[in-house]
Each structure stands twice: as C-alpha cells, then as structure tokens.
Design a protein around this ligand. Structure first.
Ligand SMILES: [Zn+2]
Length: 226
C-alpha cells in the first residue's frame, strides 16, 4: 500500500504491501513458492537501471536467504513465476507468490542504509505479513491510534488468524518502527513488555525471521544465528 502523495521517505518504507484488500489482510497464508528437492527456488531479475553498489546491496540481501534458509533466489531463466526487482517510487512488494511476474520495488532511498529494507521486502515475497499486525500483537505492543496520520490506520490493522509461526519479535525485520505514520512525532507503537525495546530494525534478518522462513517451508537445515 503506497500513499499517492508520500510526504516523507519513511512512508515508503512502512506502508509497503501491494494490494492490501480486507480479504488478504485476514487470510492466514499467502501462496508459497514451490519446493523441489529440499530447496525453494525463487527466480529474480534485477533491473539494469541500478548502479553497481545498489546491485551489490540487493545481492547481499538475496544471499542471506540462501545462507540461513532453504530459499534460494536464482537468476531468471524463463520460469513462469518470478520477481522483478526495480527502482519504482518507494519500497514495496506483494506478499507471497502472486503468479507470473511480480514487482519488488526498491527505489534508491530503500537501499541507502544497506540491505535491511530489501530483506524486509523479500520477507513479504517469501510470504510474511508485518510483525506488528499479527493476531497476538496486543499482548506485546499498544497502538496509539490518536497519533496515527488520518487515512493511514489500515497499516495498523490486526490480522485475525496469522500467528507468524514463531514468538512475537520486536527485532523482526518485519516490525514497524516506533514512529511509523506518526502525525505528531509521538510514538504510534509502544512496546509493552520492555518500553525501551528497539522496534523496526532494518539491518538483518532476526533469528526469529530465519526460524519462521524455515518453518513455513519446512527447511531441513536449521537457521544459523545471524
Ligand atoms: Zn512491509
């Protein structure tokens, strides 16, 4: 979900799921990518529009999945379903496999702090929704609805069924930041069990991110600590 007129880059980094319909918000599972002989291959194309440093960052993110999970992003060679990574406006992706070509947008701003935002979008590609939206989130965070910019509340809606397969993780790369879509500069998401917890890191897959991918795809290897 991309606001048509995004006043700041943080918007592009947060409301980033393509085609958020109420039906999909509440569905528990998105179509997975097929697994063959223990490996899940996801074909990719990287746009020629990227400069070399950007390509390197994207490839680092792709490689992390092969390093820690049974997901392997492979160069596209005429497969039916594949992702096309290109610098459109903002950072966004669909959730799961949509069929055919699916765009993963990583604008230059999405890559300026390293691979973290790319990892976030690729977690959507693999099939996961946002951590702060999961069904059990109210035990771990409180949403300050009054602080959220009018019209952007949908980004904080809760899923009814998805439990994300692992324990709630403030350090998931899928978690929103504390000030996501804030109208006033005050927090919109407050962690309950540890008020000082860091939210919304965009550096690495957390160990629970790795564990949930390995669970969803029943990878035989166990995730290594990152
Ligand atoms: Zn996202």
């Amino acid at each position: 979900l991309i606001p048509p007129e995004a006043p700041g880059s943080s918007f592009l980094m947060e409301g980033d799921i393509v085609k958020v319909s109420p039906f999909r918000l509440f569905s528990s599972a998105s179509p997975k990518w097929p697994k063959r002989r223990g490996t899940v291959q996801i074909p990719y194309v990287i746009s020629y529009k990227y400069d070399r440093p950007s390509v390197k960052i994207i490839q680092e993110a792709l490689a992390d999945f092969a390093k820690f999970t049974c997901i392997k992003f492979i160069p596209y060679s005429y497969q039916k379903d594949f992702i096309s990574i290109m610098p459109m406006s903002g950072c966004f992706s669909s959730v799961g496999r949509t069929g055919g070509m699916q765009v993963v947008s990583l604008a230059p701003a999405c890559l300026k702090s390293g691979k973290g935002v790319a990892l976030h979008e690729l977690m959507h590609v693999v099939g996961f929704w946002h951590e702060h939206s999961r069904a059990d989130r109210d035990k771990y965070i409180s949403i300050s609805w009054n602080e959220i910019l009018t019209g952007f509340e949908i980004n904080f809606m809760k899923s009814w069924t998805s439990n994300m397969l692992v324990n709630y993780d403030y350090s998931s790369v899928l978690h929103y930041g504390r000030y996501a879509f804030s109208m006033t500069g005050l927090p919109t998401i407050i962690p309950l069990s540890n008020p000082n917890a860091a939210l919304g890191q965009r550096w690495n897959l957390s160990s629970s991110d790795i564990a949930r991918v390995n669970k969803l795809y029943k990878c035989s290897q166990t995730g290594t600590e990152s």
